[in-house]
Design a protein around this ligand. Structure first.
Ligand code: 6PG
Length: 475
């Protein structure tokens, strides 16, 4: 039998994608560097569909119908290059090589260009949803040529998650577009997780609620506008009791958040593109702060308020925090979508933000009811410059802002760190401001470096002779 598609790299993500394809009736060639994984997959899951187990790359390539469709699921970086080097010489013009890992989009651009020279379509595809998503329906963000999507799209859409019958997979744009949006997806994921964590911390410290009581709060929130996968799993994590100590698991887990790097890339690239993604940046830095045992140890005794005095906060604080969370979340997503639009303009990808919001409604880690609101905003007749000004979000922010301000003020007053909430509010107020103190910064720059400034009332560049008679020159 000829296989419609092949998967090489059979760690959990690869194996689950292969199983998902087989369960949808496709014959799947499977290959792994060490053959034991291939054997295990076919032994344990062979009954789920039609697999062709291949021992060598040559055998694998020969098992595929043409043009060949090969999904590579190996670690990002050098291992991906090694696999490409191994397979590319065996492929023919018109064949497709799909990288489903979390590759850096600049690597994807480089690989796509090199393989295009050889007539091979290289498709950098973001795949989100974790191990379970890969098996039961991920959100898939394929980049690469339009032509390759014609051959790959139907298969990928088949195995993707569906929302209202619409597959969570669409062609994102040329070369690195797919991996770029996946990177920003992860940046947004970091921001969302940080905001949820702050909400938890504020309620725990502010009201003295227990993790299991907080699990109930998050369950409740999951029934409203915050309804999302991340809120849902937050409740699950908070409800978990540690078997060995009998304590809530969250109290036993070391409070150092790790990262594999996609959030950091998002911020690095945002800096290069000049897009203020302060919510994502603050989330990356908050993880970094948590991991700095040395700094935290040294600073532990610094003066600050000692906890929240009894009776100051009441039940209404729960609703305040919920609204603050929703408002901050709107900011984080707005900033992420700004970055996508900036990246798309920079690289000429023509990413459709509405289509992207559509495929993030299901399958991926940030899946949420909220993404449907973003889709509506971008698909409206007058798409907003920033999501903040979409009518729906204007209303939401209007409803939330009093609560949001109270929560940030309370956090500062009681010494509870809320970097995500605070930076989101600062961004909101910065955009709203009639005048920003940036004018003063321009004055300072001109003072020490003659960097010049522009005036509000006349065209041109101006400089004040600060060390002379302080008259102004230029125009
Ligand atoms: C997804 C996840 C996935 C992975 C992240 C975790 O969309 O399925 O984002 O890609 O879980 O890489 O990132 P950190 O390890 O950096 O938190």
């Amino acid at each position: 039998t000829q296989a419609q598609i092949g998967v090489t790299g059979l760690a959990v993500m690869g194996a689950n994608l292969a199983r998902n394809l087989a369960r949808h009736g496709h014959t799947v060639a499977v290959h792994n560097r060490s053959q034991s994984r291939t054997k295990t997959l076919v032994e344990e899951h062979g009954h789920e569909g039609s697999f062709v187990a291949c021992e060598t790359p040559e055998e694998f390539v020969a098992a595929l119908e043409r043009p060949r469709r090969v999904i590579v699921m190996v670690k990002a970086g050098a291992p991906t290059d090694a696999v490409i080097e191994e397979f590319a010489p065996l492929l023919e013009p018109g064949d497709m090589l799909v990288d489903g890992g979390n590759a850096h989009f600049l690597d994807t651009r480089r690989r796509e260009a090199a393989l295009r020279e050889r007539g091979i379509h290289f498709v950098g595809a973001g795949v989100s949803g974790g191990e379970e998503g890969a098996l039961l329906g991920p959100s898939i963000m394929p980049g690469g040529s339009k032509e390759s999507y014609e051959a790959l799209g139907p298969l990928l859409e088949d195995i993707a998650a569906k929302v209202d019958g619409v597959p969570c997979c669409t062609h994102i744009g040329p070369d690195g577009a797919g991996h770029f949006v996946k990177m920003v997806h992860n940046g947004i994921e970091y921001a969302d997780m940080q905001l949820i964590a702050e909400a938890y911390d504020l309620l725990r410290q502010g009201l003295g609620l227990s993790p299991s009581q907080l699990a109930d709060v998050f369950d409740e929130w999951n029934r409203g506008e915050l309804s999302s996968y991340l809120i849902e799993i937050t409740a699950e994590v908070l409800r978990q009791v540690d078997a060995s100590t009998g304590k809530p698991l969250v109290d036993v887990i070391a409070d150092r958040a790790e990262q594999k790097g996609t959030g950091r890339w998002t911020v690095q690239i945002a800096l290069d593109l000049g897009v203020p993604v302060s919510g994502i940046a603050e989330a990356v830095f908050a993880r970094s702060v948590s991991g700095h045992a040395d700094l935290r140890e040294a600073a532990r005794g610094l003066p600050g308020p000692s906890g929240v005095p009894a009776g100051v906060l009441d039940e209404s604080f729960v609703e305040d925090v919920r609204r603050a969370l929703y408002a901050s979340k709107i900011i984080a997503y707005a900033q992420g979508f700004d970055q996508i639009r900036a990246g798309s303009a920079e690289y000429g990808w023509e990413v459709d933000p509405g289509a992207l919001a559509t495929i993030w409604r299901g399958g991926c880690i940030i899946r949420a009811v909220f993404l449907d609101r973003i889709r509506e905003a971008y698909e409206s007749e007058t798409p907003p410059v920033t999501l903040l000004t979409a009518p729906l979000f204007v209303e939401a922010l209007g409803l939330a802002q009093d609560s949001w301000r109270r929560v940030v003020a309370r956090a500062a007053e009681f010494g509870i760190p809320a970097p995500g909430f605070s930076t989101a509010l600062a961004y909101y107020d910065s955009l709203r401001a009639e005048r920003l103190p940036a004018a003063l910064i321009q004055g300072q720059r001109d003072f020490f470096g003659a960097h010049t400034y522009q005036r509000t009332d006349r065209e041109g560049s101006f400089h004040t002779l600060w060390s002379g008679d302080r008259s102004e020159i230029g125009g």
